[in-house]
Design a protein around this ligand. Structure first.
Ligand code: ZN
Length: 232
């Protein structure tokens, strides 16, 4: 039932999608938001056993709105097969910024917000100037922030990396090009030293503004059919 994705053939995709105007992009983004907001949203503490082995997670963040509902602020997947659960655990549970780019990015914002010079050390993996206790404190603060501010919904996919990658990249491209999706004035990401995050309003740096990767009707249908609904 999973269609074969052809993300890597960008030129071919570009021919069909470059003709989309802003209102069409906005319409698709709105449909994406309507669909994802209707799925089961998982809040911390999350029962990780409910999460399928393969798929994509969509993140919402407190006080962020778009299209009359919660704004999607991040889309992510996993590289290795059957790793979706542990990927999400990496954001919420395992206190190690080097295993979660979201954790690293939240930490960057905290440090930047406070003009903390430790930012330079936070950027490096295994720096000799690393202050273990200080990082532990930071990691704890990041956990608290993520647990109380982020919640997710899931789109199930097959086991193929290409399926996840294509869907993830198209969702990111579509939201980044949508005129209705803007961060609130108090969005934490506005403190990010990463310009792409600050400008896009998304916790992402890849696949932004790719006009040849706008979600198609087939993609949106796929999303509708594979969003995770958990019965109470
Ligand atoms: Zn939008």
């Amino acid at each position: 039932m999973f269609k074969k994705y052809i993300i890597w053939d960008r030129e071919e995709l570009g021919i069909t999608n470059n003709t989309l105007d802003n209102s069409q992009i906005q319409y698709r983004c709105e449909r994406l938001h309507n669909l994802c907001n209707s799925a089961t949203k998982l809040y911390y503490p999350i029962d990780f056993k409910q999460i399928p082995e393969n798929g994509i997670y969509i993140m919402f963040q407190e006080n962020e709105q778009a299209h009359g509902d919660e704004r999607i602020v991040r889309v992510g997947s996993h590289t290795g097969q059957n790793q979706l659960q542990s990927r999400i655990e990496g954001h919420y549970i395992k206190e190690n910024k080097n295993r979660s780019i979201l954790r690293k990015n939240i930490g960057r914002c905290f440090l930047k917000m406070r003009n903390d010079k430790y930012l330079a050390i936070w950027e490096q993996k295994g720096s000799s100037n690393k202050q273990i206790n200080y990082e532990k404190e930071l990691e704890k603060e990041i956990s608290e922030y993520i647990r109380s501010n982020f919640h997710i919904c899931i789109i199930k996919t097959d086991y193929k990396k290409e399926t996840r990658m294509e869907l993830e990249s198209k969702i990111i491209a579509t939201i980044s090009l949508c005129n209705s999706c803007k961060p609130s004035e108090r969005w934490l990401g506005l403190f990010s030293p990463i310009v792409k995050i600050k400008d896009s309003g998304l916790w992402q740096v890849q696949w932004l503004y790719k006009k040849n990767l706008i979600l198609t009707d087939i993609d949106l249908e796929f999303i509708e059919q594979n969003l995770l609904f958990i019965k109470e």
